[in-house]
Design a protein around this ligand. Structure first.
Ligand code: XMP
Ligand code: MG
Length: 175
């Protein structure tokens, strides 16, 4: 299949697989056999989440959230968050799973909202970190890879909802 806009492969499927298994080992160690409530941030995190949790020995329950920014022209902080699935987070060990940390604003807002449910612990796992673009002071508890400031697709990341199913992460070429 010809994919003219899929450019240089930054992270191969093999490299991602190795790193995801390492992250799962770190997470398992941090949670010491406790049950985890994994909160997947839709839509981009679904591939990473599915791979990550299959390497966790812990019991895992799942919920998903959709973070949507309001229309253009509004302040970036204005985000609505909808939870889908397991919503009883009080007293639980909650792990937010996200595809990529960019300015950091989305994750900060998500954490603010989840904190209102009084989880016992609240931690974050992100596959990719675009550190150069950070606007707010946040870093994930578990990070897969630092990536350069380029628009990336694959392994959950999309351009106009396509390319999410690519098994690798690549740079999107200019149209
Ligand atoms: P902030 O800036 O709030 O946003 O940290 C993180 C969200 O921005 C999206 N994002 C990307 N999506 N390729 C994508 O497909 C990228 O290179 C990229 N960089 C940021 C993503 O939805 C993430 O949740
Ligand atoms: Mg996203």
């Amino acid at each position: 299949m010809e994919e003219p806009r899929v450019g240089k492969v930054l992270l191969s499927a093999e490299a991602i697989g190795t790193r995801v298994r390492e992250m799962a080992a770190d997470i398992a160690r941090a949670y010491e056999g406790r049950e985890i409530v994994a909160v997947g941030v839709l839509t981009g995190a679904f591939v990473f989440l599915a791979d990550l949790v299959r390497h966790l020995p812990n019991q895992v329950r799942f919920t998903f959230l959709k973070a949507s920014s309001y229309g253009e022209g509004t302040r970036p902080g204005e985000l609505s968050v909808t939870l889908v699935g397991e919503t009883a987070l009080a007293g639980k060990d909650v792990l937010v799973v996200e595809d990529i940390l960019d300015t950091g604003r989305t994750l900060v807002r998500i954490l603010d909202i989840l904190r209102q449910s009084h989880p016992r612990t609240l931690r974050t796992a992100v596959l990719l970190d675009k550190k150069a673009r950070r606007e707010v002071d946040i870093s994930a508890d578990f990070t897969g890879f630092s990536v350069p400031d380029e628009f990336l697709v694959g392994y959950g990341l999309d351009h106009a909802q396509t390319y999410r199913n690519l098994p690798f992460v690549a740079v999107l070429n200019e149209a």
